[in-house]
Ligand binder design. Sequence first.
Ligand code: ZN
Ligand code: ZN
Length: 133
Amino acid sequence: MIQIVEDRSEGQQSEQFGIDEAISRRWDEVANQLRQEIQELQLQLWQYDVEKIFQKDHGVPKQYLQKLKKMKMGKSNRLCSICCNQFQKDELIIQLPCKHIYHKSCVEIWLQSSTKCPNCRSDVLEHLREQEK
Ligand SMILES: [Zn+2]
Ligand SMILES: [Zn+2]
């Protein structure tokens, strides 16, 4: 008799455990769904922040652009790597601190959306700021 009672209670316990497990599994699913949604939201926020930061800090400010070395092109068969055209004699060019040269009009447009030399990726703005000190 005693043994049968014990068996029953064990059976009930395992059944009880089964329900608990199902509930906790359901909660896990809900939690996972929420976690995914939160992660997506965080990603969207992060992308939004990155876009904002880049819009704000993109390009070299005009007061720095004026400090770049301007000169007239002599005879040369070098290419401007922004427009891929050869420099013509007497064309107005700009030499970046890294010594790379470009058409004035080409590099001015380039530096509106980037602070780096299109050739060697050295930071033009950083260099100009250091010159100021
Ligand atoms: Zn050019
Ligand atoms: Zn360069």
